[in-house]
Design a binder for this molecule. Structure first.
Ligand code: IDP
Ligand code: MG
Length: 153
């Protein structure tokens, strides 16, 4: 069963001209883009996205960072996409993330880490609803789906 995840290309990635690079990684992996919005969000919405972190030392900083400049919010779909995208993103801090991951290849900051990805099916469901209504998520089939998702067992 295909799963969906919320991926955000964060303000630092937009300002650093890395949006295409990050999208390209998901595209080449074969994940299906089903929704996207380029927007600047309020601190209120950023706070809702990061509500599990409310009260932590970095909460205010991360909320200001997310609301400081435009970002690109997307929904990507594939079997197992939530964990797969987290592995493609790498560890939270760029200086700890493995080479080959998005954060490992393009950043060495602590808080400015280029990309957000949902961490569980529950988070994905909640986060997608913060940004998209059901009719903004596009239902379609990729022309090469049989090759991308082929199974030989
Ligand atoms: P994640 O994005 O890898 O899931 P979380 O622990 O959920 O990481 O933290 C949410 C976001 O808050 C991070 O992506 C990062 O931008 C920011 N953040 C987390 N911990 C810190 C910190 O210790 N200092 C500054 N920013 C942080
Ligand atoms: Mg998280």
């Amino acid at each position: 069963m295909a799963e969906r995840t919320l991926i955000i290309i964060k303000p630092d990635a937009i300002q650093r001209h890395l949006a295409g690079e990050i999208i390209s990684r998901f595209e080449k992996k074969g994940v299906k883009l089903v929704a996207a919005k380029f927007m600047q969000i309020s601190e209120e919405l950023a706070g809702q996205l990061y509500s599990v972190h409310r009260g932590k030392a970095f909460f205010e900083g991360v909320v200001k960072y997310l609301a400081s400049a435009p970002l690109l919010v997307m929904v990507w779909e594939a079997e197992g996409v939530i964990d797969m995208a987290r592995r493609m993103m790498g560890a939270t801090f760029g200086y700890e993330a493995e080479a080959g991951t998005i954060r490992g290849d393009f950043g060495c900051s602590r808080g400015y880490n280029l990309v957000h990805g949902s961490d569980s099916p529950e988070s994905a469901g909640r986060e997608i609803k913060l940004f998209f209504s059901a009719d903004e998520i596009v239902d379609y089939t990729l022309a090469d789906a049989d090759w991308l998702y082929g199974k030989n067992d």
